[in-house]
Design a protein around this ligand. Structure first.
Ligand code: NAD
Length: 240
């Protein structure tokens, strides 16, 4: 790269977000990660010889998101690439079991959190007439599945619609929005499944590095190339 590009990753403390952070650091980007707990972020930073900057923030909390982007503006300067990999699911997933509190929580993190981050990152990107935003959604944002459950499906459909709508508006400002729809990936979010996931299954499905390679590819494309959607699923998983 001729000049050092910057990337900020929300939900960078584990799973896909942590793998994305390491991949971008290895590719020569100036990398910052964010998540709710600073000590978890520090562990990711310590896992690589490259520098990764860390800042605690909760995507569901607008003030916290605004302080994150103020910190990033000071530390990174401009943000060339923003990746949102913050997301949750809950164990009680059927409508019969889902509590109103769990509905609110998942919508606040997965849907409103994605909105909060985009709302905060876009003004500087518009001013620069450049920028890439990559939201990690889910195949549950394209087709509902009992595996993800009622509120996860609803939150991911919202994230899908958000990315598509904003992507169409912002391309006129030179900003490219990509929504990535992964199938099953071996990350800590699987621990929230109502039925435990076997070691054999975990070995068969996508690994966080597979998603990190896709995120890096999208970010490195020339400005003329826009990827509105990217679906990646394990070969073992059906897509019908
Ligand atoms: P993960 O649990 O390792 O990563 C999610 C990260 O988001 C965690 O580090 C978590 O601490 C962080 N987070 C949660 N709430 C937050 C909040 N309020 N503010 C800031 N950070 C918060 O699991 P993952 O699989 O890497 O998940 C990343 C994204 O990928 C999620 O949106 C998830 O829904 C999506 N996804 C995962 C799979 C899968 O099978 N693993 C499949 C499709 C989509």
């Amino acid at each position: 790269m001729s000049e050092t590009k910057t990337v900020l990753i929300a939900g960078g403390g584990s799973g896909i977000g942590a793998a994305v952070a390491v991949a971008f650091a290895e590719a020569g980007y100036k990398v910052a990660i964010s998540g709710r707990r600073k000590e978890v972020l520090d562990e990711v930073a310590a896992s690589t010889e490259h520098e990764i900057l860390c800042h605690a923030a909760d995507v569901a909390d607008r003030e916290s998101v605004n302080s994150l982007f103020a910190w990033a503006a000071e530390t990174l300067g401009t943000i060339d690439v923003f990746v949102n990999s913050a997301g949750i699911n809950i164990p009680n997933r059927s409508m019969e079991k889902l509590s109103p509190e769990d509905w609110d929580l998942v919508i606040q993190v997965n849907a409103t959190g994605a909105y909060n981050c985009m709302h905060a990152v876009l003004p500087a990107m518009r001013e620069k007439k450049d920028g890439v935003i990559i939201n990690i959604c889910s195949v549950a944002g394209l087709r509902t599945s009992p595996l993800g459950g009622v509120v996860y499906n609803a939150s991911k459909f919202a994230m899908d619609a958000l990315g598509r709508s904003v992507g169409e508006e912002e391309r006129e400002h030179g900003i490219r929005v990509t929504t990535i729809y992964p199938g099953e990936v071996e990350t800590p979010i699987l621990d929230k499944r109502p039925t435990p996931v076997s070691a054999e299954h975990r070995a068969r499905i996508l690994q966080p590095e597979d998603l990190a390679a896709a995120v890096l590819m999208v970010a490195q494309l020339p400005k003329r190339a826009r990827v509105p959607e990217l679906v990646m699923i394990p070969t073992s998983q059906s897509f019908q």
